[in-house]
Design a protein. Structure first.
Length: 91
């Protein structure tokens, strides 16, 4: 996890400097940092929720990165037993 997180953070920093904090590349790298941290599923879910809101605001609901993150959040909710919450996210 440590190597992956370091590389994601490095990429995120470079993208932020070149493209701005709400670019697709930065938001995608932020997703990678969150998932590569070794946090518990519950902690990852709590980090993905605000990231997803940020993605929707910056990229739109139909953007492929937004949709991929939405799918990942839904699957994580489902796998952690939060079926009703997962259903809401899928819809």
């Amino acid at each position: 996890f440590e190597d992956a997180r370091r590389y994601y953070k490095r990429a995120k920093k470079g993208y932020e400097e070149q493209l701005g904090p709400n670019s697709e590349k930065v938001l995608e790298a932020t997703y990678g940092v969150i998932c590569a941290t070794g946090m518990s599923e519950g902690e990852i879910i709590e980090k993905l929720r605000p990231l997803l809101q940020r993605m929707v605001g910056a990229l739109g609901e139909e953007n492929v990165v937004t949709l991929d993150t939405l799918n990942s959040l839904s699957a994580r909710l489902r796998d952690s037993g939060e079926l009703e919450e997962a259903r809401k996210v899928y819809e």
